[in-house]
Design a binder for this molecule. Structure first.
Ligand code: ATP
Length: 516
């Protein structure tokens, strides 16, 4: 099945099984805004806990913060968002569709890169063991021609984007003959700047109100509280402040479900270090963060770093961690070495010192900052697309059947176990209810007695419940139940008294955190 079809099915699955709903659906929805349903909210909370514990619990020099969404408007002036948090937009005059000029160009470059990759893969198949990829890339005329095109375009594009030279961006679109995917035409408008921040009014009277912004990132709340936390927590550099919270961006083109939203959630950690040590810490956090993803067990080959060649003016190193989504490798997290830019700007705009007195060096300085910034919703999409599987099953009579299963890591799954009486009589429901009552203090349990046992298993597979417990007549005799494992579909008979220990070991976040 084409990856696009898999993605469509995944989106439908999320809605059908209570994971994600379009916002305001009865009013036909609100573009790029989504609500999380009964299972979605559990998965989201588990993702947040995994991140929070890996930061705040495992590191005694990282503490948390929960700063307000509304902040003094000058903060966004100081941070550069008022003047520079812009995307270049372009409209197609025929389809009336709006695009981000930078994304049109990046997608065009990615298409040429794809051609090169295909050429290399074809050659790898042809030459087998003897294939020398480096030599092939250096000598194959088609690969060389395409690679030259990519390099030239990248250089032109970086220059135009860094200088926000809008006519130059448009010229690249024209020269590359990029067409609108809807109308197929090259009838483009000029490129214009578009600020991504939402604004609103604070205060009730017309002349007494102030225009404020909905924060486009959580990071600034950390910067402006840097000294509060440092002083009250008696933190010594190096130390970090972690925060999870909502952010808002009026994205020009919102696509790909919850990948790009207008209201979303971020998990950001700003790590304050001594000037001059930042690149070592940057390297350190790159490794730590990659490990965090790989501990989930979805395969190391599905992640990669994308180091930035064009750096923001305040950064001296930056990389993205990308995951292989059904629509290709895309950013899930950004790791940036932001120098002392933000604290220095706030010092200048607020007139308050943003310095740290280093007792070991006996001097004061503005710390440098390494930032790790991940979107909760994007991580959610990563997890759910990695977990979604349409599996073909061979039945005993030789025929085939299919099941949809969410192979969520057990510690992230919304429901840990479903408890099912085989029939709704003979005292079996009472035993099942008793088990739920005992285990519900530890795990999210579900009691289910509707439909045949096979259909109940399928329903739990589709939700991603790792364990199903079935109570049958034998349970009454010997206090044993059947435990059925979601991924292997194997079943085992175990004593009720062992249930808690068996499940705890598998679903506890501790075993995941210990891998880090
Ligand atoms: P992109 O290039 O995809 O727009 P970005 O580089 O602007 O992302 P950052 O400002 O570095 O993103 O934000 C950090 C993280 O926040 C991203 O890696 C992503 O996971 C998340 N994020 C950013 N914008 C959105 C959005 N509109 N919807 C959902 N998540 C987002």
């Amino acid at each position: 099945m084409a990856q696009e079809d898999v993605f469509k099915k995944l989106v439908a699955h999320c809605k059908e099984y209570g994971y994600v709903f379009p916002s305001s659906e009865i009013y036909d929805g609100l573009s790029a805004v989504y609500d999380y349903g009964q299972y979605g909210v559990e998965l989201k909370n588990n993702i947040k806990k995994y991140w929070w514990d890996s930061m705040v619990l495992l590191n005694d020099n990282i503490v948390g913060l929960d700063s307000a969404i509304f902040m003094h408007p000058t903060i966004w002036k100081a941070s550069g968002h008022v003047d520079a948090f812009n995307d270049p937009l372009i409209d197609n005059k025929d389809s009336k569709k709006r695009y981000r000029a930078d994304i049109l160009i990046e997608e065009h470059i990615a298409k040429i890169e794809e051609k090169v990759t295909k050429e290399v893969e074809k050659a790898r198949e042809r030459f087998g063991q003897a294939f020398d990829e480096k030599k092939f890339r250096e000598t194959n005329p088609r690969v060389i021609a395409n690679q030259t095109k990519i390099d030239e375009l990248n250089e032109r594009y970086s220059k135009a984007l860094n200088a926000m030279d809008l006519p130059a961006l448009r010229q690249i679109i024209m020269d590359c003959e990029i067409v609108c995917p809807i109308s197929g035409s090259r009838n483009w408008t000029e490129v214009r700047q578009f600020n991504l921040m939402f604004s609103t009014e604070l205060g009730s009277t017309a002349d007494g109100s102030t225009t404020i912004f909905l924060r486009p990132e959580t990071a600034q709340g950390i910067f402006v509280n840097f000294l509060n936390v440092q002083k009250t927590g008696r933190m010594k550099i190096p130390f970090g402040i972690a925060q999870i919270g909502k952010a808002f961006r009026n994205e020009i083109v919102a696509r790909q479900f919850i990948f790009r939203m207008r209201e979303f959630e971020q998990m950001e950690m700003q790590f304050f270090v001594q000037p001059g040590t930042e690149l070592e810490w940057f390297k350190y956090w790159k490794e730590i963060r990659m490990k965090w993803y790989q501990a989930l067990g979805f395969g190391a080959e599905n992640y990669r770093f994308h180091d930035h060649t064009k750096l923001a003016h305040y950064a001296n190193a930056a990389t993205d961690i990308e995951y292989r989504f059904p629509f290709g490798f895309k950013e899930v997290e950004g790791i940036h070495s932001r120098t002392d830019y933000d604290l220095r700007q706030h010092q200048q705009y607020s007139g308050k010192k943003m310095q740290y007195f280093d007792p070991e060096k006996g001097e004061s300085y503005i710390p440098y900052v390494i930032e790790t910034s991940i979107g909760v919703d994007r991580m959610f999409l990563h997890i759910i697309s990695a977990a979604y599987l349409e599996e073909e099953l061979k039945k005993e009579d030789g025929s085939t059947d299919t099941r949809v299963v969410l192979r969520l890591p057990a510690y992230l799954a919304p429901v840990k176990l479903a408890v099912m009486p085989l029939v709704k009589k003979d005292g079996l429901p009472e035993i099942a209810e008793k088990i739920v009552h005992e285990l519900k203090f530890e795990f999210n349990c579900q009691y289910d007695d509707k439909d045949s046992i096979g259909r109940r298993y399928r329903r739990q597979d589709a939700i991603g419940t790792p364990y199903c417990i079935t109570i049958d007549h034998q349970t009454r005799e010997d206090q044993t139940v059947t435990i059925r494992y979601r991924d292997s579909m194997e079943q085992e008979r175990i004593k009720i008294s062992r249930l808690k220990d068996i499940i705890f070991e598998k679903v506890s976040i501790v075993s995941l955190l210990k891998k880090l």
